[in-house]
Ligand binder design. Structure first.
Ligand code: ADP
Ligand code: ASP
Ligand code: MG
Length: 827
């Protein structure tokens, strides 16, 4: 970044937000002192908000509002407080003595204004310029006190920069300004502290460089000193791809050309004043935009030939714009209409921001600031009165409440498809385009849209260029055993998926039954446990959804890892709102048929995806297999299987040598059963899975249609689970009998669910031949057998571990990637 010549100058400019309080001043001093040993010109803005406050003083005085006196005192207090924190008492006194002379001057100007009832531009220029004088005097003393840099001089820009305002803004008189600065510079000067924003006009009267003009001051001094570099320090990491307050996902642009920066600034990127680039271009001085609050970050480089292959650099907007449209068949082929239109506006000092003309010459339109719309209407109706009366021009129409959106990038030139992308993003976001302009440089495509659509339009276009279209905003509900493993899996795979497949997974919020965590920038997956502990707040579904479903990210998905009915009840609203849902929770799909159907209808209507592979057999491809069979035209006659890992385990282990109740107890201790083993033994869980599969086959099944054999002995259905475990041994003999009877026939007992295409559904204990597929599974395996017209003699079998957090979370993750492919990702 630095060239080694110790005599060369480098300009550092710090904006108002960088000098907001004493801590800021100390931070800026430290940055200045850390610069390698070259000559430095440090240009400062007024402390944050001071210029606004000063301009308010004038307005108050004009309104005869005496409150300006108190406001002026408050400004003195604010500076005195900063000074007291940074400087020894004697130096503070010196600073305040100068300050009080300014207060006295200001007082007389404002009293006069109050008498005159009007300030005028000169008064505004004079008054608003004090902020930079106060901030630089303070900083100059601070640097001196710290004693790290040598020969520090305070430079009042009014004494050297001569600016004359014309139609294009302030024009700098370069030879005169250069001469004055060099006269003023002490030969030993190594550090200058320079007032931003202010200058003098040709007559020596104080003027300014316009709001935000300190950036321009920096490059003026860069040019006057033939600086090697200009660094503009602000409160963001550089020039971002869009205004971060409107597009939270905006990212830092590493390098821009002068032209791109100019274009972005002109079209509303407030981070830099549009005129800043002009003095640097001819002299080829690189400009860096950097963050005072994170000086270690690289920032944005603005130079002649940036190294970048990004066709679009940034998307900006100008709000509060009106569109003037004149239209008429009489304009076709008639030279001079445009000249008259712009001439009339020019005479009234109405600035034209953008021009668009249909090639038929049938209409011309231009955008102007909304607050000049009424005046523009009057002016143009007057200018074209004759044509309007004759009907050569049908109308002069001025429409307000609009905004301009500009898409900027040198690389757009000659690159097909950029405009197409802009318009398709706007179309998808349902934003109507009122006018379009593209300069022949092809560096900028500007569109005029309704003001109320501006933020949505910005986000949509930004997402189109800067985000992977496979960016998923994710909300995880239920950080229990499955949810936690899923979050860990996402954390470990996220970078790879982004790198290899351009799938960008962003968990924005996590919610448990009582608490939730919604960090503004989303969950940092590497620290999700910490964030869950630190940032939690009471659970609230509406806020959770609003946080996850942000319109600057293209897709939203809720992952419900609970087994909770009340969460499942919300699926309808989410699907209807276009939110995708992924879940291992069986409650929704096994609930009433009407509800299930309403979910499918909502999904179809909104285009949202609803994926629930992990509801049956955890990560095993049970539902996907069924879908594939049906979609390819196979006819399923029967699905049967062992759908409960717990019951699979109990009957795999039970060989008559130990009582059945002891095996249940042991399984409970190993964590293979639900906390209350009746939840497994009742068969309800298997019934739910069977219902899900049956409905997936197209059957209209309700839970009550399933014939279930519960393994909970009659009479033990209620009461505590401890009492149940105590009573269970009384029924061991009965189970033993069934076991022995089966054994005598060369068979084993298995708990099987079965559903047929005729709608018969049963769940219960069955005797199976020893060589039956279900008789030979490992421990907690699930096994599912599909008998279909294609797989009839030798049915299709899916088998494997069908329970446990890791495989269940794996099934959910697989659904998430399936969703990404549905949305266009190529895995
Ligand atoms: P300073 O006080 O340093 O002059 P400004 O407030 O004038 O700072 O400009 C910095 C602000 O500009 C940022 O805080 C940001 O909110 C806003 N901004 C608007 N558009 C952009 C953009 N495209 N890139 C970076 N910042 C932007
Ligand atoms: N202080 C001036 C303003 O607020 C100039 C600047 O900060 O760039 O407009
Ligand atoms: Mg600024």
């Amino acid at each position: 970044m630095s060239s080694p010549d110790p005599d060369s100058w480098v300009v550092h400019k710090f904006g108002g937000s960088s000098v907001a309080d004493a801590a800021c001043f100390a931070r800026v001093a430290a940055i200045v002192e850390a610069q390698p040993g070259r000559r430095l010109a440090v240009v400062l803005s007024a402390c944050k908000g001071v210029t606004d406050a000063l301009l308010q003083l004038v307005s108050s005085a004009e309104r005869q509002d005496e409150s300006w006196r108190a406001t002026l005192q408050a400004l003195r207090e604010r500076h005195a407080t900063i000074a007291a924190a940074l400087l020894p008492a004697a130096v503070v006194q010196e600073y305040l003595a100068e300050f009080d002379r300014d207060v006295a001057d200001l007082g007389s100007v404002l009293r006069t204004t109050q008498v005159m009832r009007t300030g005028g531009q000169h008064v505004r220029d004079r008054v608003s310029g004090y902020g930079e004088i106060w901030s630089t005097r303070l900083f100059w003393r601070t640097l001196q006190q710290r004693g790290q840099r040598r020969a520090i001089h305070w430079v009042d820009a009014r004494a050297c920069v001569v600016a004359v305002w014309g139609p294009l803004g302030p024009g700098i008189q370069w030879p005169l300004s250069t001469e004055r600065l060099h006269k003023l510079l002490a030969p030993d000067a190594a550090t200058l502290v320079v007032t931003g924003y202010i200058a003098s006009d040709a007559a020596g009267i104080q003027t300014t460089l316009g709001r935000n003009g300190s950036d321009f001051s920096a490059s003026i001094f860069g040019a006057l000193l033939s600086a090697a570099e200009i660094h503009i320090w602000t409160d963001v990491d550089g020039v971002l791809s869009a205004d971060p307050r409107r597009v939270p996902d905006a990212r830092v642009i590493s390098a821009l050309s002068y032209n791109e920066a100019m274009e972005l600034a002109y079209f509303g990127a407030k981070v830099i004043h549009p005129q800043t680039m002009a003095p640097a271009v001819g002299r080829d001085i690189p400009i860096w935009i950097r963050n005072t609050f994170a000086p270690e970050k690289p920032g944005t480089l603005i130079c002649a030939h940036p190294n970048s292959d990004q066709p679009v650099k940034g998307i900006t907007s100008i709000d509060e714009v009106a569109l003037v449209n004149i239209e008429g068949a009489g304009m076709i082929g008639v030279p001079g209409t445009a000249h008259r239109l712009f001439g009339a506006l020019r005479e009234e000092d109405i600035s034209v921001i953008l021009i668009s003309q249909g090639s038929s010459e049938h209409s011309i339109c231009c955008a102007i600031p909304a607050n000049q719309a009424a005046r523009a209407t009057r002016v143009l109706e007057r200018a074209f009165a004759r044509e309007l009366a004759d009907g050569q021009i049908q109308s002069v129409e001025v429409t307000g409440e609009l905004a301009i959106l500009a898409v900027v990038g040198d690389g757009m030139a000659g690159m097909p498809g950029v405009a197409g992308k802009v318009f398709s993003a706007l179309g998808t976001a349902n934003v109507n385009v009122r006018a379009i302009a593209q300069g022949a440089s092809e560096r900028n495509i500007s569109v005029v849209v309704a003001g109320k659509d501006a933020t949505r339009a910005l986000r949509a276009v930004h997402a189109g260029f800067y985000l992977s279209p496979h960016t998923l905003s994710i909300g995880v509900i239920g950080p229990g055993s499955v949810g936690q493993v899923l979050l860990d899996q996402l954390a470990s795979q996220r970078a790879r998926l982004a790198r290899e497949f351009n799938v960008d997974l962003r968990v924005r919020g996590i919610m448990s039954s009582k608490r939730m965590t919604l960090p503004p920038a989303g969950i940092d997956l590497d620290r999700w446990r910490e964030q869950l502990l630190q940032l939690s707040e009471p659970a609230d579904y509406e806020r959770f959804l609003a946080h996850v479903k942000v319109d600057y990210l293209p897709h939203t998905v809720i992952i419900d890892c609970t087994a909770n009915e009340s969460v499942a009840r919300r699926y309808y609203d989410w699907l209807a709102a276009g939110v995708h849902i992924i879940t291992p929770n069986k409650k929704a799909n096994s609930g009433e048929l009407g509800f299930y159907r309403s979910l499918q209808a909502a999904r179809r209507a909104s285009g949202a995806h609803y994926l629930y592979e992990a509801t049956v057999g955890a990560g095993l491809p049970v539902i996907q297999t069924l879908r594939d069979l049906r979609e390819t035209g196979d006819e399923i006659s029967c699905i049967e299987g062992i759908f409960s890992g717990t019951l699979a385990y109990l009957f795999n282990v039970y060989d008559g040598s130990m009582p059945f109740s002891a095996i249940v107890r042991d399984a409970k201790q190993r964590g293979y059963t639900e906390p209350d083993p009746r939840d497994d033994l009742s068969g309800t869980d298997v019934v739910r899975k069977l219902i899900i599969l049956g409905r997936e086959m197209g059957l209209a099944l309700e839970m009550s249609d399933v014939r279930v054999e519960s393994l909970v002995p009659a009479g033990l259905e209620s009461g505590s689970s401890e009492a149940f475990m105590e009573q269970l041994p009384r029924y061991d003999a009965r189970m033993r009998q069934r076991f022995e009877a089966a054994k005598a026939r060369g068979r084993v007992l298995r708990y099987v669910g079965r559903v047929t295409s005729a709608g018969e559904a049963t769940v219960g204990l069955m005797e199976l031949e020893l060589r039956h597929a279900f008789a030979n599974i490992a421990l907690t395996d699930n096994v599912v057998r599909y008998t279909t017209s294609r797989y009839c003699d030798n049915p299709l079998i899916v088998q494997g571990p069908g329970a446990g957090p890791a495989v269940t979370a794996g099934g959910v993750f697989a659904d998430l990637l399936r969703l990404a492919t549905f949305l266009g990702a190529r895995l």
